[in-house]
Design a protein around this ligand. Structure first.
Ligand SMILES: NC(=O)c1ccc[n+]([C@@H]2O[C@H](COP(=O)([O-])OP(=O)(O)OC[C@H]3O[C@@H](n4cnc5c(N)ncnc54)[C@H](O)[C@@H]3O)[C@@H](O)[C@H]2O)c1
Length: 320
């Protein structure tokens, strides 16, 4: 298939582009490089340096490349920033997203895979979190992702624009050429590895008095390659409007377990300081991916947290 990947120069998008190419698809990456990196785009993909807000260039790109499907990953995704600057999040995640749908509708492109997030569920009422569980975001980031997901339902019914929303839990790990390079970095694993490498003094754990096995928050880490494979499978399943939760499930991993695994993998010390809880941080977020397994035949193959850390460490070391 000829696929346009918005945000394909970003962390997850560049790995999705890589996996699509491996599967024999033609890939055009459309990214404004606000957060992405030109060198993360795999060599086999065509790169277009442009903003989603440029409707004319977007249409030209879709037309010129005779795109048959879109994987829409471009977004702003910092929870804290979304609280202080919600307008930015509505403009990019909803406004630019709807402009993309308009272009697709006009050009009769009927398949979309969308990067959604566990944040659409808000504070979970039970675990593991299933797709049918309530959606009640607690920040504008999750709210804007949910707003776009909801629009997709109506666009499917009215215009036959089919979509799959993939609600990721915590993407982690790296390939040889793509890993986490966010600025500012807010994700636990790259921060812990920076502490291990000595490029930051240590790591702050936000709260150690949660009702979990060691008092720290539990998250569901999923290897970025497993995540990317789900997009390839989802492209073949765009025949309605569906949503899937993507995580490894099980018991999840606590913050302290991630730090211990990082110490083991790197053989380095990681200094830890305990700070106060962050407002709105749920104690546990763990996915049920039963539906993705049943419908897409998707199963995480790289779920081991040590393996995830090893790949991220190799990537980080390779860049030093
Ligand atoms: N990283 C995670 O754990 C995680 C979890 C859940 C959901 N997601 C979602 O997955 C997607 C990718 O996340 P990521 O971690 O790779 O982030 P990222 O910031 O590395 O990638 C996003 C990319 O989109 C580009 N972009 C943003 N706005 C754009 C615009 N208007 N026009 C063109 N390009 C634009 C950025 O330059 C960047 O390359 C996002 O939609 C994010 O909300 C990520």
């Amino acid at each position: 298939m000829r696929v346009l990947v918005t945000g394909g120069a970003g962390y997850i998008g560049s790995v999705v582009a890589e996996e699509l190419l491996k599967d024999g698809h033609e890939v055009v990456v459309y990214d404004n490089l606000a957060k992405g990196h030109r060198d993360a785009v795999p060599p086999g993909a065509t790169f277009v340096h442009a903003d989603l807000g440029d409707g004319q260039l977007l249409r030209e790109t879709l037309r010129r490349n005779r795109s048959e499907a879109v994987v829409h990953m471009a977004a702003d995704s910092l929870v804290g920033e979304s609280v202080t600057d919600p307008a930015k999040y509505y403009a990019n995640n909803v406004g630019n997203g709807l402009a993309l749908l308009d272009a697709m509708k006009e050009l009769e492109i009927a398949r979309l895979v969308f990067s959604s997030t566990v944040a659409v569920h808000g504070e979970p009422r039970k675990l593991p979190i299933e797709e049918s569980d309530p959606t009640d975001p607690v920040n504008p980031y999750g709210e804007t992702k949910l707003a776009f997901e909801r629009a997709l339902r109506w666009y499917d019914g009215a215009y036959g624009l089919h979509s799959v929303s993939l609600r990721y839990f915590n993407a982690a790990g790296a390939t040889e050429r793509s890993g986490e390079r966010h600025d500012p970095e807010t994700h636990l694993i790259p921060l812990v590895l920076q502490a291990a490498a000595g490029t930051r003094p240590g790591i702050t754990v936000f709260g150690d008095d949660y009702e979990t096995r060691d008092g720290t928050c539990i998250r569901d880490y999923i290897h970025v390659v497993d995540l990317a494979r789900a997009h390839v499978l989802a492209l073949g399943a765009c025949d309605g409007c569906r949503a899937y939760n993507l995580g490894c499930g099980g018991e999840g991993t606590t913050v302290l377990e991630v730090i211990d695994a990082a110490r083991a993998v790197t053989g380095r010390k990681v200094a830890v300081e305990v700070g106060p809880r962050r407002p709105g941080d749920p104690a546990r977020l763990v996915a049920s991916s039963v539906r993705a397994e049943r419908d897409l035949g998707w199963r995480p193959a790289l779920a081991d947290i040590r393996g995830i850390l090893e790949s991220a460490w190799r990537f980080a070391e390779g860049r030093r």
